[in-house]
Design a protein around this ligand. Structure first.
Ligand SMILES: Cc1cc2nc3c(=O)[nH]c(=O)nc-3n(C[C@H](O)[C@H](O)[C@H](O)COP(=O)(O)OP(=O)(O)OC[C@H]3O[C@@H](n4cnc5c(N)ncnc54)[C@H](O)[C@@H]3O)c2cc1C
Length: 332
């Protein structure tokens, strides 16, 4: 097994500049073509449309490459211009600061390809593929194993990094390997053991490595109707127990064993508590929803309030599962 320090050595990533303020280029929305590719970056791009919370400021530079060459060229651009790199999947586990993100934001959602190998039962899939769409595809083929993932509105890359999971299953249980790109252009293939998976966590968190592809082990040969029905049941259960009708990031906090974060928040009397446009959901207290017009600062302040109240009542500090990107007061 390799440590994250060793992973860093393998990847030999360069030191990119630390976070800084967004520069005013006076060229909002300008496109910059990346030489040798059909891909262009955009300056000053609002990120609110690229996150499930529907909040957040601008990316100083934004790019969504469709292939590995364009991804590598984007990294080169960042290096040449001393820009920090931030990776975005479907943005379904993120809170982006109202002040935006300096440097280059690379969204991997357009890295697309999938191959269900009937000989091995393995699904090899690019980082940008949608996890719920794959769950439906697998079900339609009669391949078991991804039914649990139907309610997780993220990409494969985000799921591999976050060790996404539900209904007592998670990505780590079925991952055969992940292909990861380092800032120096090196591609490495890593096993789940090398990724050091724990509950909703992996060594890939920290933003230095980019997941480009993953291979998952599924079980072909079942009746598609049965697998599809099971997938539908999972979806139905999610819709009845979680607030899907308002923008959110799913569960905000990790569960502090032996409790669940939702139970602690509910017992603290915070269900329905609202700050600005952000509210602790009535249906599930570990969700903070955007009731309309919320700012990232409303959501952030509510997270802080919940943490303080739960700490006061239970002497437990809830750790966020949601990733904060950009500038927030230093409390986490
Ligand atoms: C309604 C709702 C329900 C949810 N339910 C669940 C649930 O049941 N279980 C669960 O685990 N999660 C759940 N989530 C949270 C979220 O969907 C998962 O964490 C998901 O795996 C995030 O994937 P993403 O592509 O959106 O990643 P993002 O949110 O875009 O990014 C998450 C992190 O991964 C990094 N990242 C993303 N893609 C890559 C890549 N290709 N390479 C390197 N780093 C990358 C980002 O930098 C960031 O640190 C829910 C979210 C919502 C909105």
């Amino acid at each position: 097994m390799i440590t994250s320090q060793e992973l860093g050595k393998i990847c030999n990533f360069s030191d990119l500049t630390p976070q800084r303020q967004i520069k005013d280029h006076g060229d909002n929305g300008k496109s910059i073509y990346l030489p040798g590719t059909d891909c262009s970056l955009k300056t000053h791009t609002s990120l609110s449309g690229f996150t499930s919370y529907r909040v957040g400021g601008e990316a100083e530079y934004y790019v969504s490459p469709q292939n590995l060459e364009a991804l590598k060229a984007s990294i080169e651009f960042a290096k040449e211009n001393y820009l920090a790199i931030t990776i975005l999947g479907a943005g379904s586990n993120l809170l982006v600061s109202d002040r935006g993100i300096p440097g280059l934001v690379i969204a991997t959602r357009h890295l697309r390809s999938k191959y269900f190998n009937p000989d091995t039962g393995q699904l090899t899939v690019s980082a940008g593929e949608s996890i719920p769409a794959l769950a439906w595809d697998a079900a339609a083929l009669g391949w078991e194993g991804l039914e649990w993932a139907v309610g997780i509105p993220g990409t494969v890359g985000g799921a591999v990094v976050m060790n996404a999971g539900a209904h007592s299953s998670c990505i780590a249980d079925m991952l055969v390997s992940a292909q990861v790109l380092c800032p120096d252009g090196t591609l490495v293939t890593l096993t789940p053991e090398e990724l050091g998976y724990t509950y909703r966590s992996s060594r890939l968190q920290g933003g230095k490595w980019i997941v480009t592809q993953a291979t998952l082990q599924l079980q072909p040969g079942a009746d598609p109707v049965v697998v599809t029905d099971r997938t539908k049941d999972h979806k139905k259960h999610r819709l009845s127990t979680q607030p899907y009708s308002y923008p959110s990031c799913g569960s905000v906090f990790r569960n502090p064993q032996p409790y669940t974060a939702g139970w602690l928040i509910e017992q603290t009397g915070l269900k329905g508590y609202q700050l600005g446009g952000a509210q602790v959901a009535q249906l599930h207290a570990n969700f903070i929803v955007n009731r309309g017009g919320a700012k990232a600062s409303d959501i952030f302040s509510l997270i802080r309030h919940v943490q303080n109240q739960v700490q006061e009542r239970w002497s437990i500090w809830l750790e966020p599962e949601v990733k904060m990107l950009g500038e927030f007061p230093a409390v986490f």
